[in-house]
Ligand binder design. Sequence first.
Ligand code: AQP
Length: 349
Amino acid sequence: MTASTDQASQNSRFAPRIFSGIQPSGGLTLGNYLGALKRFVEKQDEGIETVYCMVDMHAITVWQDPARLRQQTREVAAGFIAAGIDPERSILFNQSQVTAHAELAWIFNCVARMGWMNRMTQFKDKAGKDKEAASLGLYAYPALMAADILAYHATHVPVGEDQRQHLELTRDIAIKFNHDYDVDFFPVTEPLIEGAATRVMSLRDGTKKMSKSDPSDMSRINLTDDADAIAQKFRKARTDPDPLPEGPDALEGRAEARNLVNIYAALAGVEVAQVLAEYAGQGFGAFKPRLADLAVSVLSPISARMGELMQDTGEIDRILGRGAERADAIARPIMEQCYDIVGMVRSRG
Ligand code: AQP
């Protein structure tokens, strides 16, 4: 049996279930929208069971002002709903309201090996030069992420390219847990990294990921940006002087050009080759305003709806509370089984 058929048969006893999350560590960006949110909506609309989470416990692995964290959690929730997540069809909640995440993360801290964690590139990037000053939570982040996913026995996780390594670690943790305790308890989750915009890059530097925590606001499009800001940011986006080429291969070595073409393709829902067929030979002076118009047409209804939803944060809190109850109803029995497998006495009434 090959590794993939072996794994397929191992996972076949688990009903398909999608889990994914976004940190409320800032406002949502075009990268979050194209790499994650848009695809979350597609999965929901395919009729698969979908569980989506504002991962506030991940957010505090770096300093968050408490009032801002609360505000951003509600705003990110509004972003999910405005982008098309229906809180009746999907389960939508914030992580800290379901304690299984923290409980399972501790068990996974005891399953994951130091050597595995030491290889995580996101920790190296986020901790920067002064690793001694980074929080222990930032180091253990991938074990909490594995717990987020496996507390629901999720079989598939739509994410951007930057999360590939963490998903590999989630699989390693599931395999080691199953092996150590001689059980077939956790699925070996499949990452879903698909589409033209799995890695949207900074508008100021085509080698860096577009990120909500980048100090430069000009590096990203925020979902709440108005039409003028979007047009200005694309106009000032770094590019090269050459015209757009005829085929995708010729974008090799032109990181900024490729990024803008990928964004256009993902927003329009077409292939990169189709974008180039339309714009080949034209310069960025002509392309950027068309890209800005397209981005405004996609994002402005989302931004307007977010604004409306944020008028009633009490309703957002009710949605998150109800989502947390539904999430807990799935995760709690899995957590209790997990404690039993590990050998913990559970004798409370
Ligand atoms: N630039 C991006 N391109 C494609 N996908 C992206 N994602 C994030 N940035 C891009 C995807 O969005 C989901 C949620 O990410 P997150 O907010 O939990 O964490 P992150 O990847 O660390 O995103 P940021 O914006 O860079 O946050 P900060 O600045 O707080 O670290 C994930 O599926 C991610 O792949």
